[in-house]
Ligand binder design. Structure first.
Ligand code: CA
Length: 241
């Protein structure tokens, strides 16, 4: 599946969209992950149904791309398990099975979309964008309305300055900012930040968020945003008018 040459890559408006790709053909998986990565998606690859279910149950995904022919269990079983556990992440089935029966079975089990291999990469990207949009995520305004561009190299850039105003962040500061920037004006709870930005499923009982927040606030002093702590609720990033 060659990637089209000379394709324009968009970034920043999709940074932070978290995709898990369930695919046991690692050559295909790596090719797709690389292509989506260039488009700014964060892609994780898992190669079994069991891992897909475990990953889905963490509830922090924006999209799952699901192969049906997996080595341990059928992909349909992954769908049934996740939907049964009230996991509503959009699922795009990507499979060589092209029979109508198979499509119907996947959609009835809770798939949101179905694409048959071999496929055109451009169509996969377009379908992903449509699913993410329909799911209401990424829940931030289009990139041109945000004052910060998040580059892949952990550098943030003031929008419209052509790279004249940039700041380097640590990976955790970057993840923390991404988490807040996805939902400008909304209070993000500490539990959500711990999970989405730091990968904790539990509260480590430290002030890890506040430490990084202090550094991040200093680094953002030249940007028209404010990050406030809302006592007992969480953290909110607001964009100056
Ligand atoms: Ca397969």
């Amino acid at each position: 599946m060659p990637l089209p040459k000379g394709r324009l890559h968009f970034r920043s408006n999709l940074v932070g969209v978290r995709i898990v790709l369930v695919e046991d053909n690692l050559q295909l998986a790596n090719s797709v992950a690389e292509g989506l990565g260039e488009d700014g998606y964060a892609v994780e690859v898992v190669d079994t149904a069991a891992k897909a279910i475990a990953r889905g149950l963490r509830r922090d995904l924006d999209l799952m791309i699901l192969d049906l022919g997996l080595p341990d269990r059928d992909g349909i079983e992954v769908l049934k398990e996740l939907r049964g556990a009230h996991i509503h992440v959009p699922v795009l089935v990507l499979t060589a099975r092209d029979a109508i029966d198979s499509r119907v079975a996947a959609l009835e089990a809770g798939a949101d979309d179905y694409l048959v291999k071999p496929f055109a990469f451009a169509e996969l990207v377009a379908r992903i964008a449509a699913l993410v949009r329909r799911a209401g995520g990424p829940r931030w305004a289009p990139a041109h309305e945000l004052p910060i561009v998040m580059r892949d190299d952990l550098v943030i850039e003031a929008t419209g300055t052509g790279g004249a105003i940039t700041v380097s962040l640590s990976p955790r500061e970057y993840a923390l900012l991404g988490c807040l920037l996805r939902r400008p004006g909304e209070v993000v709870t500490r539990a959500e930040i711990l999970r989405e930005a730091f990968g904790y499923d539990f509260d480590p009982g430290t002030n890890v968020i506040d430490v990084h927040l202090t550094h991040l606030r200093k680094k953002l002093s030249g940007f028209p945003v404010a990050i406030e702590t809302v006592r007992g609720a969480g953290i909110r990033l607001t964009v100056a008018e």
